[in-house]
Design a protein around this ligand. Structure first.
Ligand code: ZN
Length: 752
């Protein structure tokens, strides 16, 4: 499904391009001895030469030629085609099949029943400029994991449908209980909107694409331009995957044919109310019919109407949904090349292959880069290359329905993965623009080194320089720009969810990276019938040159991790990043304490009543809770110890050049296993599947990451006692990591 990002970036300007770049010929790669460094550099040069943009383009065309969602004949054909390619490339490949729940629509009805009658079309239009847009076999416009339901009720516009929007509605005296809400796409993962609507008592939820976020306000509409036209609809999943992703019936275990399954009614991640996504063509009559207060200014979109909040009984809608709740096969393609020295250390690399419809961008552009890497590595192997560690290349099915294929595979193989997986490297679609890199922070220097070695196809600078330039230009203040200019490291983003890395990182604690290029290929094709080859070659990556760049970035990551003498984990970066997160949550608590104190003073002084228009009946907000003080001192002490130990470890790692590989292996195992110490055995509050103490998707943001999630969300949600408990829990996790680093130092000293 892939997280959507909006970069508003200028090209490389002024002095920003003058940032340092590396030199692949002379540079000493982290983790390689002088001899192996030379070998690795030559290997990567050969690898680069084997990558062909034309073959990436051909694979995108072939694999997006027909609709290929989970459970479809097209989906099976795509899985088989990928299997065949891996075999041709010389990999040991097979399909592993899981049996997962997958709802497809039987009945979809949305009509305005008062004050006038209007039936929603619920259909996208084929256009002659897009050869595959009118094909048979497309899934209708809908969201998976909506409940079956038949409801009629008063309509309320809830803006983006987020917690703060409901606070606004409260001040306008509008309650959504027993009503149907309409929210616009944007600001959060879509599944959060119906979840919050349900928590507030709504009986149905409609999500529409407003032209302000995605349509004529942004640029020309498809097919003239890339943005949504009147009828385009974003399909998607609304599973409550921030509780657990994957098959709703088999949490924590692989959905094999023998797995014990929950009753569907007991699966907490399936929504309790009907939900439908619609186009702005279908939303316009609904929104136009609303009465009540004029919507707050920031709630207004780009439709030619006065946006009102409704909830007055003037506009009523009928929403009916019914689904086939089938169990369908999910085909994960798994391909391996066995490591010559350390076969039980795995470098796992994945991208999904299923799409909502044709999915040229999401996911096939990423899948084509993955296949290009696999092809090149296969050719290197045929010419005599032997990776030291085992390579596991994966093409996941059922990602769009909330990471079904990857989650079931990771759960099914969890014991083996916990022992053997050195890292998981993910992609999920690709386009023109800037390198996006997120993941485990011990990899920050590793990724920086790689980004400096890969050339940006449009400018000839390194992808590091281009990315750095965007950070400098985007920085909000002169102070931040100065900081960005002097920072010669690529800042890794933290991972929330929204793609196949979730199980590996957040459930199993496997060090993870996720890559893609983007920022210059914006458009409205996402999860619609227009995510096609014709669209891709016009608006996403003409010439497929960023496909090659992605293969270069990921291929280097895979090859260096496969062959490093000492695995390039640098936990100093993780320590620095977690220290920054601690500062953030400390600031969050202090800020909230001050905000709430002042808000309560305003309430006591009746300022809200006096400042409001008495004719509009706006009510003051509710009194705020008093925020207690939190003691972060033990957490700080733990991070202090970690700073010292990670510095010591790094110094010793640097000196291990002449030690034999076999001896180093004990240290390598300690290095890649260390991140698992950050797992919380009992998991996060109210969602035990998520076990990482540093990274999780936000409970009320979805894709958006919450770092130090246990502490941060407890403060945000005013769970004061829980915040105190979570500080202790995270402190213990950091102390466990510190002990693992101290152990690694001991091992390193012994083998020196
Ligand atoms: Zn995707």
């Amino acid at each position: 499904m892939m997280k959507k990002k909006n970069y508003l970036l200028a090209a490389c300007v002024l002095g920003a391009c003058a940032l340092q770049t590396g030199n692949a010929q002379t540079k000493q790669l982290e983790g390689f001895s002088t001899v192996s460094n030379q070998k690795q550099t030559e290997l990567e040069q050969k690898f680069d030469k084997l990558l062909q943009s034309s073959s990436i383009g051909a694979n995108i065309k072939e694999l997006s030629a027909e609709p290929h969602h989970l459970g479809s004949a097209g989906g099976k054909r795509v899985a088989d085609a990928i299997l065949k390619k891996f075999k041709e490339y010389g990999w040991d490949a097979k399909i592993e099949t899981y049996h997962v729940l997958f709802p497809t629509p039987k009945i979809r009805v949305l009509e305005l029943t008062a004050p006038t009658h209007f039936s929603a079309t619920l259909k996208e239009l084929a256009v002659p400029e897009d050869a595959t847009s009118g094909q048979e076999g497309q899934l209708p416009t809908y969201v998976a994991w909506s409940a079956d339901g038949d409801v009629t009720g008063d309509l309320v516009y809830v803006n983006f449908g987020l917690p703060e929007d409901y606070k606004q509605l409260e001040r306008l005296n509008i309650d959504v209980k027993g009503k149907i809400v309409i929210a616009r796409y944007g600001r959060s993962w879509r599944g959060i909107k119906p979840k919050i609507a349900y928590e507030h008592g709504a009986i149905g939820c409609i999500i529409y694409s407003d032209p302000k976020e995605d349509g004529y306000f942004q640029g020309d509409e498809y097919p003239k331009g890339a943005f949504k036209n009147e009828y385009t609809v974003q399909r998607g999943s609304v599973m409550d995957m921030v509780v657990y992703p994957g098959d709703p019936l088999t949490p924590g275990v692989g959905a094999t044919d023998k797995a014990v399954r929950l009753n569907r009614n007991d699966a907490t991640t399936i929504l309790k109310i009907p939900v439908l996504p619609i186009s702005y063509h279908d939303a316009l009559p609904l929104l136009s019919a609303l009465g009540g207060s004029v919507a707050p200014q920031e709630w207004r979109g780009a439709l030619p109407i006065t946006y009102k909040v409704g909830g007055t009984g003037k506009a009523t809608v009928h929403l009916k949904t019914e689904f086939n709740w089938d169990i369908v096969p999910a085909y994960d393609v798994i391909a391996k090349i066995k490591g010559s020295e350390f076969p039980d250390e795995w470098i796992v690399r994945g991208n999904h292959h299923d799409a909502w419809v044709n999915g040229a961008a999401d996911p096939i552009s990423g899948q084509a880069a993955l296949l290009e890497e696999a092809k090149a590595i296969g050719q290197l192997v045929k010419a005599g290359y032997k990776p030291k560690r085992t390579l596991v290349y994966t093409a996941w099915d059922g990602e769009e329905q909330s990471l079904l294929g990857s989650t079931e595979w990771a759960e099914d193989h969890q014991i083996e993965l916990s022992q053997k997986a050195v890292a998981y490297i993910n992609t999920d679609g690709n386009s023109r623009g800037f390198l996006e890199a997120e993941g485990s922070h011990a990899f920050e220097n590793f990724v920086t080194e790689i980004a400096k070695d890969v050339t940006d196809p449009q400018t000839g600078s390194s992808v590091f320089e281009r990315r750095k330039a965007t950070e400098v230009v985007r920085a909000a203040s002169a102070k931040q720009k100065k900081e960005a200019l002097t920072n010669n490291t690529l800042t890794l983003g933290a991972l929330g969810t929204g793609s196949d890395y979730s199980s590996f990182l957040q459930h199993l604690g496997i060090p993870t990276l996720s890559f893609g290029f983007g920022g210059e290929g914006a458009g409205g094709e996402y999860h619609s019938i227009y995510d096609s080859y014709d669209n891709y070659v016009r608006f996403k990556d003409p010439g497929f040159v960023y496909g090659v760049a992605l293969s270069q970035v990921v291929g280097r990551s895979v090859l260096r991790l496969a062959d490093a003498d000492v695995l390039p984990f640098d936990y100093r970066s993780l320590q620095k990043t977690v220290s920054k997160y601690l500062q953030e949550v400390t600031h969050l608590a202090d800020q909230l304490r001050e905000d709430n104190t002042i808000e309560n003073q305003l309430l006591t002084a009746k300022s809200y009543q006096l400042a409001a228009d008495p004719q509009k009946g706006v009510v003051p907000p509710k009194a705020k809770e008093v925020v207690p003080n939190f003691d972060f001192s033990s957490f700080k002490t733990a991070l202090d110890s970690l700073r010292k130990s990670t510095n010591t470890l790094f110094e010793i790692q640097e000196k291990l050049n002449n030690v034999s590989d076999k001896k180093k292996d004990k240290l390598n195992i300690a290095l890649f296993q260390a991140e698992k110490q950050l797992l919380i055995p009992e998991g996060l509050p109210r969602r035990p599947w998520y076990k990482h103490s540093i990274y999780a998707p936000g409970f009320y943001t979805g894709y958006g990451v919450k770092t130090l999630p246990g502490i941060r969300e407890a403060i945000e949600e005013s769970h004061w006692q829980e915040a105190k408990e979570q500080i202790a829990i995270v402190t213990s996790a950091v102390n466990r990591l510190n002990a693992a680093i101290v152990n690694a130092i001991q091992i390193a000293k012994e083998i020196q």
